[in-house]
Design a protein around this ligand. Structure first.
Ligand code: F1P
Length: 348
């Protein structure tokens, strides 16, 4: 896991250097086929990646879109998913039982399918009509790190390319900003890793809750899943303002709220909430490049100065991956091989 977290800058670099034409080719096909909707489907981290795919599709295209766990698609296929929909199946392994079954169900129904996986010889890759290889390199750890961040970069580029073909205004510039992700990832790891390790040691016995908005909400869910997988801790993730609608009652002096706050967010909403959390004796770890938020938090991790919300998710996940890694190590666990979990979840 550690090696895979640390090598993300190089992996991002390779993806951005080699994969954009392939992604554009798929976007072109999606336009030619005149789909009205794209539905993203996956399990676990790949389901959270589906939520990201759906978010970007909402932001950059005029296609209808949803994200579904694979099992829900199998058990309760929504009526709105029909011939004018493209179904996108996401999976690191390409072999997760529910995702493969969901793909087979879609094929049986005569629906159009695209698989995005890190395994080009997997069932998903072979059985879907279209395929994009994540090409993140081998990921040995049971828990997903570099494959997840690489997958969400691909999903953002795919949605952008579709939107550009659809002549959606003011989105072309975002592609150029994405090209800076490797530098941002490298800077963050170099500058903040030691501090993250120290914070993990200090807060490993706290109740930990992740908060974020927009594209960073699935990042909070993914961060919470990483913490559960590697340290067996109960944790939660919420949309920023949803936290006031009940969960606030849980806050006490042993609660750490991890708030993802890159430039571009609604700062006032975040700062007001942070003040309320502090009044309720909670502690706050801000992952931010906004000075006021950095100073308002109990403790902060600095995001690269120019990083904006829109392209920030693959960067924001990195401090949380390191944080949960160091908590797990500190507790004497093996984060690469969580108990009760296998690399590929297969159900008989
Ligand atoms: C999905 C998944 C991961 C989880 C673990 C087991 O796998 O549930 O999210 O961390 O590795 O598998 P996949 O379908 O993306 O291979």
């Amino acid at each position: 896991m550690y090696k895979e977290i640390i090598e993300q800058p190089e992996v991002f670099e390779k993806i951005l250097k080699y994969k954009i034409p392939e992604i554009e080719g798929i976007a072109k096909k999606i336009i030619e086929k005149k789909f009205n909707a794209i539905h993203y489907i996956g399990c676990g981290s790949s389901y959270y990646a589906s939520m990201m795919g759906s978010f970007y599709t909402n932001q950059y295209t005029n296609l209808h879109t949803t994200a579904l766990p694979s099992s829900e698609f199998i058990l309760y296929k929504p009526l709105y998913i029909k011939e004018d929909s493209l179904l996108v199946f996401l999976s690191r392994s390409g072999e997760t039982t529910e995702t493969v079954e969901a793909l087979r169900k879609a094929n049986k129904l005569g629906l159009e399918t695209l698989a995005i996986s890190n395994e080009e010889n997997s069932s998903l890759a072979k059985e879907a009509k279209y395929f994009i290889n994540i090409n993140a390199g081998e990921e040995k750890s049971v828990v997903m790190t570099k494959t997840f961040s690489s997958l969400i970069i691909i999903l953002q580029i795919l949605a952008l390319k579709i939107g550009i073909f659809q002549k959606i205004k003011n989105i072309e510039e975002t592609l150029n900003k994405i090209l800076n992700l490797p530098i941002y990832a490298r800077n963050l790891i170099e500058k903040e890793e030691e501090k993250i390790k120290e914070i993990a040691n200090n807060y490993s016995d706290y109740k930990i809750i992740f908060l974020g908005s927009g594209p960073n909400y699935p990042i909070c869910l993914e961060s919470a899943l990483k913490l559960r997988e590697t340290s067996y801790l109960m944790t939660e993730a919420f949309h920023v303002l949803e936290f006031r609608h009940g969960p606030m009652a849980e806050v006490d002096k042993r609660t750490l709220l991890i708030i993802i706050a890159p430039k571009g967010i609604n700062e006032k909403i975040f700062i007001d909430l942070m003040k309320d959390i502090k009044n309720n004796n909670g502690e706050i770890l801000a992952i931010t490049n906004i000075e006021e938020i950095y100073n308002e938090a109990t403790i902060s991790i600095a995001l690269p100065e120019k990083l904006l919300e829109e392209i920030s998710p693959p960067i924001n996940i990195i401090p949380n991956q390191l944080f949960v890694y160091y908590i797990s190590i500190g507790k004497g666990y093996d984060p690469d091989n969580p108990r009760h979990l296998s690399r590929v979840v297969k159900i008989k």
